[in-house]
Design a binder for this molecule. Structure first.
Ligand SMILES: [Zn+2]
Length: 335
């Protein structure tokens, strides 16, 4: 991860940062923290930031200076007082924990606090968790544990109860779009995938996925086709929609995207300044919004939601889509 991205992640977690900095300011550093939050919320970046703060030789206002030798060694993973544990294969094993406990208790360290960061702490196997638990029960000296997890409920309750829980919220949609664009995704694709998922990694993967790009295109074509002759729209369903959205999950994603498209049409009609799911389709949606009343638009959206429900009732998917198109066609006013 680049330094720039780390900075951004830290900026996005101001509440968490403020809490950690104030515990430093008040001299109340905990023995163990549990950072929990989805992947991509910056837990690792904040853990490094916190380790820097705890070891910095010249913190200003409880913020690490980032220039002293100590800060630099933490950020380049070269500080002897900071140990990072990651799963060895599938899980974190007992031997890893025994080694960790030994190194945290032995002498010969540089002065100052010792910190260990356990990434994916939910992957500790039972023996490893029990070894850690014993250590957490009898904290020795200036040692701080930072456990990271995206699955808090998978952590043993006995370990949960010994850690201060620090929750990382996912970034806002606007922040997420900025981050995706920074990673080279087009603003229009970033806007769409950020509607589909709140997980930045997953959004990034989707944005680069050819099938998803094809789905996006096909959904927009359906919105356009619904504006034309009914036969054309039905033909489109058979020739393009059904072959692409084969699996139930895909069909569901397709209907979700269709719903977001009509949401955009409504926003466009109302001149709302909300962030569109398909900002590149402004012209098309504006044109549609002039042909449709609010009540028809909401009837269309209801029809899409209804179709989603029927999808789970295992209704024939071609039939389901044909019905949907027919009911949406009813909604167009003749102008
Ligand atoms: Zn420093």
């Amino acid at each position: 991860m680049t330094e720039e991205m780390n900075k951004r992640l830290i900026l996005e977690q101001q509440t968490v940062i403020e809490r950690l900095c104030s515990s430093h300011r008040n001299g109340r550093i905990g023995h163990a923290y549990m950072f929990d939050g989805e992947r991509g919320t910056g837990k690792e970046a904040v853990a490094i930031f916190f380790a820097q703060l705890l070891l910095c030789s010249n913190p200003e206002n409880s913020v690490p200076c980032e220039t002293c030798p100590s800060c630099r060694r933490v950020s380049s993973s070269n500080h002897p007082n900071v140990t990072l544990i990651v799963p060895d294969g599938q899980d974190i094993k007992k031997e890893q924990m025994s080694k960790l406990v030994y190194s945290m208790t032995k002498k010969g360290y540089e002065s100052g606090r010792k910190i260990y960061i356990i990434s994916r702490a939910d992957r500790m196997n039972v023996a490893a968790a029990n070894t850690l638990l014993k250590f957490l029960e009898e904290p020795e000296g200036d040692v701080t544990a930072i456990l990271l997890t995206d699955s808090y409920q998978s952590i043993l309750p006995t370990i949960q109860s010994r850690c201060q829980r620090v929750s990382f919220l996912p970034p806002s949609r606007e922040m997420m779009i900025d981050r995706l664009v920074e990673k080279g995704i087009t603003p229009s694709m970033a806007a769409t995938v950020s509607m589909v998922t709140a997980n930045v990694d997953e959004a990034f993967r989707l944005a680069g996925d050819d099938q998803f790009a094809q789905m996006r295109k096909t959904v927009l074509k359906l919105v356009e086709a619904s504006d034309r002759h009914v036969h054309e729209a039905l033909l489109f369903i058979q020739s393009e929609w059904v072959p692409l959205f084969k699996e139930k999950e895909e069909a569901e994603s397709g209907l979700d995207l269709l719903l977001y498209a009509y949401r955009d049409v409504v926003a466009s009609k109302a001149d709302l300044q909300s962030t569109a799911a398909f900002p590149d389709q402004h012209e098309l949606f504006k044109g549609l919004s002039m042909k449709m009343t609010y009540s028809r638009l909401s009837a269309n959206m209801e029809a899409i939601l209804q179709a989603k429900k029927q999808l789970h009732g295992n209704m024939n998917r071609t039939l389901l889509m044909e019905q949907l198109v027919l009911s949406m066609q009813e909604g167009l006013l003749v102008v």
